[in-house]
Every structure is written in structure tokens, then in C-alpha cells.
Ligand binder design. Structure first.
Ligand code: ADP
Ligand code: MG
Length: 699
């Protein structure tokens, strides 16, 4: 159902409008009036005839027409009655400002649920309760008590915290930042973050969607929709408060490494959402996204009137992983022909301390023509002859004439550049506190461009033996077992196309020696117990056994020592396993996030994985590209490619392993956590081997 009536209602009733200054009911009414709202305003108050010159009605039904939007400020116990009145009248959009619902406990929760039930039956949409209200610039609607109407701008904002919204409005006012609309979503009883993101995506006045969220409703739907919307408009989010789900005890490596924040990071990466760490950064980003074209690539040029500032910007470009633009010969010649001899015509282009607006205008114009420039950072320091306001005008004029590339300004200083900053703001050239902040913004833009340019995601499906996996999992679940041991985990892996070492279980030393004879030497002996998850920790892995005697000795030693270390462990015997050729040990894993589903992990494997923590995560299902990007996001990647004369390993084979694992956990939601550690990979063309695996399942 459309949220149109929240954006541009023809009439608004304010139930609980008040004559008393300082009361919310008064603030909202006066905000409505002073914002210049052109529709009808109906104050509703039982004991007043008139407030602020407007006729007041004792209740909604006395108005005599149907208000398109109703704002509710009366105490919680009266709210249900108001919703029933709205249902009778046919009002479809309600903002409940009142607090005292879900956030106060069980009783409030029940009341809130009852309200939603009545509203749903009548087709009413509700924003709130427990919120600050709604502001929409284009319809001069300020149905909030968050503050004065901000300037109009291209950013649509939604906030789960009313207080944050008030802080945002205040900061925006001080910095002359504009909004298309702001929504305080409160308890999200009905309209939630996704509804509003969708509405802002469809709103022609909104160029950038920004928000502050503490929680997200349906994770899967959110990812899907946000990904679709990110292709049309950038979404900039501040997210606070980790989920507690990640904290629950984890039995796999992946589980213990996937903190609660990882799921959100993965979700943002997948959906193309740009994460912001602070209000300042969110404004930095939003301004540029709302007012500037997107850069075509990562190549940045710096234009400055001071060497030091130029170097700061150059350092920032390098730190942010952007490209320091190498100017074309022609550009350098053109600059050299007209700038003073002492000027620097290479990046950073220094027009010198005595530069007047004409020099900035000329140089900026030439730089914008250069095909090896994707974006410009214009720096200005207030020196003796500097004309900040006039220079800002010159920059604005040039930007208007050549509007294809983003221009970000950083006028350093305070009172001496104030007039210039004002001109920049009016001309919609974003101004930054520091070269670093401007460059960080360009990085966010370049990342977004890169994300949008990715080919459509295609997930490859491998032919597998699903039935086999199903029977193993079912058998465990029927017994109430959560952990699938090494042997059956390997059967599962084999069903999904992984190679694993051969081997069998022995209960006596002689039996172990027999199995080893059949496998051929060297072999590996591993303790076999459902109670021992990390075998090496208790001396339960012995590699490189070269003879039957060594196998017998190793068996006896394990049987003597391990029961002493772990008296409660139920020891079934040992696994005698063929020893695989040496290679690099990596880990492939999965941890199922309760909100966003399977999180895939890749990293440096072996027994040190938790110590080194060199791992990368991504949401399943994985495409081939994503699997490879996961590899590239670890330090291990360089080692895998081969360093210092060592040959590289089969990167494609690892990426395929990750995709197969991703298919397995996508097809079996019962799998909660799993990892293959180590996954031993060798030279290109050899088959990687899943040496050890652990799978935990749940109904
Ligand atoms: P755990 O992780 O429970 O301690 P693993 O089965 O992963 O036990 O074995 C620990 C280490 O021993 C592995 O990381 C690997 O280096 C080595 N290892 C185990 N099995 C083999 C094998 N079949 N071939 C070669 N090396 C092995
Ligand atoms: Mg292991």
C-alpha cells in the first residue's frame, strides 16, 4: 500500500493539539503552521474552540470531512479509540507520536498489537508509535516536534531513534544541509524501515536515501529489496547495536570468528549499502551523492593554492586506495602556458598562494577536460590575497558549465573562508572540513560505482547428491544429535563433490596397523570421539606415521594419554587416514546468521585459524566472482598466489569449493555451522582435499 498520504496529504488532523507552549501537541501544531503547509489543518482538542487562530474540533467526527493524515498525540490509553475513529471516517494514514507502548513492556505491547490489528483491518498505515513525526520539504509538511523545517535537499532520511533525528536536524541546520524528507519510525509497529526505504526510492525528490537503524526486521527481504534499490539510488546507513545472536556459543571455527557485526557488514556489502560511522560522515557522503554526478572511476586530481594541503590530500588518496590521477600531456601544457612559472602543473596542481578566482577557474576548467581525471578535490587556504567568496563563485560557475565530474571542495580555515563556504553551499558544491573527509567521500562514491557496475549475479549450481545428505542429516536429527562427526561430515562433503582422505576406524592397535598397511604409508592417526571437537588440542592427531610399529605405538600413546586429559570423553577408537600431499591449508566455513542466513567464510586454515583471524566473510549464495573476492580480501591470498619463489596454488579450485559449500548450506537450512579445516590445496590442476570437517545441525 502506498505511503503517499504521509508525503503530500491534502489535510492533516492533529489529535491532541494543545494551547500550552512546551507541550508536544503545541509544538507540532505550530510547526505545521510555521512550515507554511498549504493544506487544511484541523486541531482536535476536547476543551478548546480555537488554537493559534485555527478552529478546534472536539473529536475527529466533528470535523465534517475526512482528514487525509491524522497525527496522534493523546495519551496511550486513548489511541485505540482514535484509530477506531479513523477507521470509521476512512482516514488511511496515521502518525502516532505517543509513547508508552511496546517499549514499556508487556502491557504496552498488547495495546500496540491491538492498535495494529484494528488498523490492518481498516487498511490504515501507521508510522510510530513512540516517534518524533514526519517532515516533507516538497509539501511544506512539518508534522513533527523534531525541530524547525530544514532546507529542501535531495536526502530522504529515516531514523529509528527520535533523539538521533533531532540531533541530525540540528546539525543539518547549522551546516545548511537540506532534506527531501525525514521520518522518525519509532517502534515500527506497522510501517518499517523497508517500507520507507521503498517509498523514498519511489519519491522523485529523494536522490539519496539515508538512515539510522538499530535493528532490521526481515533480513532476507531487506537484503533483496535494498539490493534492488541500491541500483537506482544510493542508500547510506548508520547502524548501531550488534545483534546478540552472534554471541551464542559456537562450536565451529567459523561460528567463533563471525562476530555479530560481521552479518551486517556482509549484508551491506551484498546490498550495495554504504555504511557510515557517524552523523558527520553520513552528511559528508549524503551531500556529495545528492548534489554531484558519480565519478566514472577512481582517478582523483587535487587543485590547491598551498603545497601542504595538496600533500595532505594526496596522502589521503593513497590511504583510501583511490588513484592519484596522472594528467595528460595536453593538460600539463595548457596549464603551463597560462599559470605562473612557479605553479605546479602536475597533480596536485598548485595555483600558488596569491591565486585569485581567475586562476582557480582556469585550472579547474582545464582539469575537467582531462579524460584521465574522474573527480576533482578543490582546496583553498585563506592567504593574504585569497578571495574565498569570489573563488567559490568561480568554482560554481565552472562546475555548472562542465557538470559531468564530481567536484568536492575543502576550504580550510574558519572566519576567513566562511563567505566562500556559504557560496559553495548555495551552489550545491559539497564542502568538507578536511581533505581526508573529501577523499573518504570520493572513495564511498567510487565503491558505489564499482558495486553498481558488477555484472548481474549468477549463482552456479553443481550436480550433487542431495538425497544422501538429507538421510545423514535426518538420521542425526531423529537421534537428537546436533554434531555430525568427521566421518559422516566427509560423506556429506563427498556428496557435494569434495575429495576427502581415505581411512577407517580402528578400536585396537593391531586393527589400526592393518588399516594402515592397506592404505599405504605414511598415514595419520586421529582420536575418534564425539566429545572431542578439536583433536590436536588433546594430542589426538599424529601425522606422518611411516610403519605398522609407529601406528601401534601412536595408538597406545593416545589411548593412554587422552582419557587422562578428558576423563568424561567417550572414546570410540582412532581414525586411520591416508596422509595427503603437502599443500596450503585454508579454511572454508559457514555460520548461519538468524537474520541474514548463511555467512560464508574463507581464510588461512590449520590449527592457528583463531589466532591469525585472517578470514573474509560473505553472504551465501556465492557467485564465482564473490567467491574469488573473498579470497582476495585476505592476506593469505598473496601467499596462495605464490611468494618468494614458491609456486602458487589452485585459486580457481578454492573458489569452486566455496561455491559448492555455499550450495550445500543454501540447500540445507538445517546446517547451522560448519567448516572444512584444513582444506588442503596444491598446485593448479591438483584436487584440493577436505581433511577435517565439522557440521552442526538443527531442526
Ligand atoms: P583438529 O582440527 O581437530 O585438531 P585435524 O584433522 O584438522 O584435527 O588435524 C590437525 C592438523 O593435522 C591439520 O590442520 C593438518 O595440518 C594435519 N592433518 C590432519 N590430517 C591430515 C591428513 N590426512 N594429511 C595431512 N595432514 C593432516
Ligand atoms: Mg581441523
Amino acid at each position: 500500500m502506498s505511503l503517499e498520504s504521509f508525503f503530500s496529504p491534502k489535510s492533516v488532523a492533529i489529535v491532541g493539539a494543545s494551547r500550552r507552549k512546551g507541550k508536544v501537541g503545541y509544538e507540532i501544531l505550530t510547526n505545521m503552521i510555521s512550515s507554511g503547509y498549504e493544506g487544511k489543518i484541523f486541531p482536535v482538542n476536547r476543551s478548546a474552540d480555537e488554537i493559534e487562530g485555527l478552529t478546534c474540533y472536539p473529536d475527529l467526527s466533528s470535523i465534517g470531512e475526512t482528514p487525509e493524515l491524522v497525527v496522534v498525540i493523546v495519551p496511550a490509553r486513548f489511541v485505540l479509540g482514535i484509530i477506531e475513529d479513523c477507521a470509521k471516517l476512512g482516514t488511511k494514514s496515521v502518525i502516532i507520536i505517543t509513547a508508552g507502548f511496546k517499549e514499556i513492556g508487556e502491557e504496552g505491547k498488547k495495546l500496540e498489537e491491538e492498535i495494529v490489528r484494528v488498523a490492518r483491518r481498516a487498511g490504515i498505515r501507521i508510522i510510530g508509535p513512540n516517534c518524533l513525526g514526519v517532515i516533507v520539504s516538497s509539501s511544506k509538511l512539518n508534522a513533527s516536534f523534531g525541530g524547525d523545517m530544514p532546507k529542501a535537499g535531495g536526502t530522504g532520511y529515516l531514523s529509528q531513534s527520535g533523539a538521533m533525528l533531532a540531533a541530525i536536524l540540528d546539525t543539518a541546520k547549522a551546516n545548511g544541509i537540506g532534506f527531501s524528507s525525514l521520518f522518525s519510525i519509532g517502534n515500527k509497529a506497522d510501517v518499517d524501515e523497508l517500507d520507507l526505504i521503498e517509498a523514498l526510492a519511489a519519491d522523485p525528490n529523494t536522490k539519496v536515501i539515508a538512515g539510522y537503524l538499530e535493528s532490521i526486521g526481515d533480513g532476507n527481504e531487506f537484503v533483496r529489496e535494498a539490493e534492488r534499490i541500491s541500483h537506482q539510488k544510493p542508500i547510506l546507513l548508520m547502524k548501531s547495536g550488534g545483534t546478540t545472536a552472534g554471541a551464542k556459543a559456537a562450536s565451529s571455527h567459523t561460528g567463533s570468528l563471525a562476530g555479530s557485526e560481521v552479518a551486517y557488514e556482509c549484508m551491506f556489502a551484498r546490498a550495495g549499502i554504504i555504511r557510515c560511522d557517524s552523523i558527520t560522515q553520513q552528511f559528508d557522503f549524503a551531500q556529495a551523492f545528492a548534489s554531484q554526478p558519480l565519478p566514472r572511476g577512481p582517478k582523483v586530481v587535487v587543485l590547491t593554492n598551498a603545497g601542504g594541503a595538496g600533500i595532505m590530500a594526496a596522502d589521503a588518496i593513497e590511504r583510501q586506495g583511490l588513484t592519484f590521477a596522472k594528467l595528460a600531456e595536453e593538460t600539463i601544457d595548457r596549464l603551463a602556458a597560462s599559470l605562473p612559472a612557479a605553479a605546479n602543473c602536475y597533480n596536485p596542481v598548485d595555483v600558488l598562494g596569491d591565486a585569485l578566482p581567475d586562476r582557480y577557474e582556469f585550472a579547474l576548467d582545464v582539469l575537467l577536460d582531462d579524460p584521465s581525471v574522474d573527480a576533482v578535490v578543490v582546496l583553498l587556504t585563506p592567504q593574504a590575497m585569497t578571495q574565498a567568496a569570489e573563488t567559490a563563485e568561480a568554482i560554481a560557475k565552472t562546475a555548472q558549465a562542465k557538470p559531468d565530474k564530481p567536484i568536492l571542495a575543502c576550504f580550510l580555515g574558519a572566519s576567513k573562508v566562511e563567505a566562500g563556504v556559504k557560496v559553495l553551499r548555495e551552489a550545491k558544491i559539497p564542502q568538507y572540513e578536511s581533505p581526508e573527509a573529501a577523499v573518504a567521500t570520493l572513495r564511498a562514491m567510487a565503491d558505489y560505482v564499482l558495486w553498481r557496475s558488477q555484472p548481474k549475479r549468477v549463482v552456479k549450481l553443481f550436480p550433487v547428491n542431495r538425497r544422501k545428505v538429507e538421510s545423514i542429516i535426518d538420521r542425526h536429527l531423529r537421534k537428537g544429535a546436533r554434531e555430525i562427526g568427521e566421518a559422516e561430515s566427509k560423506e556429506i562433503l563427498e556428496a557435494y563433490g569434495f575429495a576427502t582422505p581415505k581411512g577407517s576406524i580402528a578400536t585396537t592397535a593391531d586393527q589400526a596397523a592393518n588399516i594402515a598397511d592397506q592404505l599405504g604409508y605414511p598415514v595419520v592417526l586421529k582420536i575418534w570421539s564425539p566429545d572431542i571437537l578439536h583433536k590436536s588440542d588433546v594430542g589426538g592427531v599424529k601425522v606422518g606415521l611411516k610403519s605398522a610399529q609407529q601406528v601401534r605405538d601412536a595408538f597406545d600413546l593416545m589411548m593412554y594419554r587422552i582419557p587422562k586429559k578428558m576423563p568424561d570423553a567417550h572414546i570410540l577408537g582412532v581414525l586411520v587416514q591416508e596422509m595427503c600431499a603437502s599443500g596450503r591449508e585454508v579454511i572454508l566455513g559457514m555460520h548461519r546468521d538468524p537474520h541474514f542466513g548463511p555467512l560464508m567464510m574463507f581464510g588461512m586454515g590449520g590449527v592457528m585459524v583463531e589466532v591469525l583471524k585472517d578470514v573474509a566473510f560473505y553472504l551465501a549464495p556465492l557467485t564465482g566472482d564473490e567467491a574469488k573476492r573473498m579470497l582476495m580480501n585476505t592476506k593469505t591470498y598473496r601467499i596462495l598466489q605464490g611468494v618468494r619463489g614458491q609456486e602458487g596454488v589452485d585459486i580457481e579450485a578454492i573458489a569452486e569449493g566455496l561455491q559448492r559449500l555455499s550450495q550445500l548450506v543454501t540447500e540445507f537450512p538445517q546446517i547451522q555451522e560448519m567448516d572444512i579445516n584444513p582444506y588442503v590445496v596444491g598446485l593448479p590442476g591438483t584436487t584440493p582435499i577436505g581433511v577435517d570437517a565439522r557440521i552442526s545441525v538443527e531442526k
